[in-house]
Design a protein around this ligand. Structure first.
Ligand SMILES: Cc1ncc(COP(=O)(O)O)c(C=O)c1O
Length: 371
């Protein structure tokens, strides 16, 4: 049996008619840039997240960058980010001209460890930027407490967390502003690159709208040095169609995660992150820890199962960020997540027998390795 890591073809087949109609609507209207379908998506996604505003941009990386620039965070400023995340979290900070400052993650769930944040705060720190990694919300209450004590903003990297909940509220409404990615494989994915910022702050929303459109509100009047970073109307039409299915897809992801959890419950070689009380993760990825990760990934691949590693290197091991690492700084939990994390196939259309087969092959791979 061949099992892909994600199956975007199966998702397209399930809603083909609606997607084709939505795309045809844009082609016929010929409003490819800042068209009405973008306004509609921004309205519905803001409301879905429980935020006042949504501003569509060209990618999740641009969303992070523009969110920070919109807030006036730039050269000389520091932003606290987890040491274990996709590189774009830190790139967004760097692109704004500010400096990412790394904080280690928790052993139990790979999320930024709030207790390690205070030691990283300096008089240049402007914001804390937790990542809702794998679709699981960070410990926002504790992070807000620390931020309030130090007078900092709390921002969200919600690129992997469309629809995830923390104490009843959705990602995208848990801080001052949030950045989303609509990269095709995300829980809410476009057919190309896309991203968005959500916020309740009217002024920030207005400023980001300006920055994404060459710093211009009115044609040929450029008030600021902006970017060309708008979410395409075509992608917005696709995203509006898919948004109607997001809750159902997330529900299925949660069911699949529960089944993986049950089947792996007595397989102590695979350590599962725990769900914190009051949170509802959306399992963008289903990740376990395994001491023989590389061998298990190889063995699964040989049996036709695509497994992944998210991520093989923490930020402090990347060439791009060597210059930021202070002598003696170490991030042991980020290192051990990078060494042991193993992502098993996860997408809404997975079947029970596929999940059983993945678990069977993974546990057999481990037994074979132990001779
Ligand atoms: C945690 C995280 N932040 C930011 C990004 C960047 O998003 P994009 O690929 O749309 O630029 C991604 C996804 O790729 C991500 O997983």
């Amino acid at each position: 049996m061949t099992i892909p890591f994600v199956d975007l073809g199966a998702q397209y087949e399930s809603i083909k008619h609606e997607i084709d109609e939505a795309i045809r609507g844009v082609l016929e209207s010929r409003c490819f840039i800042l068209g009405p379908q973008l306004d509609e998506f921004e309205r519905t996604f803001a409301s879905y997240c429980g935020a006042q505003h949504c501003i569509g941009v060209a990618s999740g990386t641009d969303a992070l960058h523009l969110m920070l620039r919109g807030l006036g965070i730039g050269p000389g400023d520091e932003v606290i980010v987890p040491a274990f995340t996709f590189v774009a979290t830190a790139l967004g900070v760097s692109l704004a001209g500010a400096t990412p400052v790394l904080v280690d993650v928790r052993r139990e769930d790979a999320l930024i460890d709030p207790e390690k944040i205070p030691a990283a705060i300096t008089d240049r720190t402007k914001a804390i930027l937790p990542v809702h990694l794998y679709g699981r919300c960070a410990d926002m209450d504790r992070i807000h407490q620390i931020a309030a004590d130090a007078g900092l903003l709390v921002l969200e990297d919600a690129a992997q967390a469309h629809g995830a909940k923390y104490k009843g509220k959705r990602a995208g409404s848990l801080g001052h502003a949030a950045a989303f990615s609509f990269y095709p494989g995300k829980n809410l994915g476009a057919y190309g690159d896309g991203g968005a910022i959500t916020t309740d702050n009217d002024e920030l929303a207005e400023r980001i709208r300006l920055l994404r459109n060459w710093g211009s509100r009115k044609k040929y009047y450029h008030e600021e040095v902006g970017l060309n970073s708008r979410l395409d109307t075509l992608q917005a039409a696709v995203l509006s169609t898919k948004l109607n299915y997001l809750d159902e897809w997330n529900k299925r992801r949660r069911q699949h995660a529960m089944m993986y959890d049950q089947l792996l419950a007595d397989k102590h070689e695979f350590v599962r992150p725990r769900e914190s009380t009051g949170t509802e993760p959306v399992y963008h990825l289903y990740v376990v820890r395994c001491a023989k990760r590389d061998e298990v990934v190889r063995s699964l691949q040989e049996t036709g199962i695509q497994a992944g590693i998210h991520y093989p290197f923490p930020l402090h091991r990347l060439g791009a960020y060597q210059h930021l690492i202070r002598p003696g700084a170490h991030f042991p939990e980020a290192d051990s997540w990078a060494a042991e994390c193993l992502s098993l196939p996860m997408y809404p259309e997975l079947t029970q027998s596929q999940i059983e087969y993945v678990v069977y092959q993974a546990t057999h791979a481990f037994e074979r390795l132990n001779g």
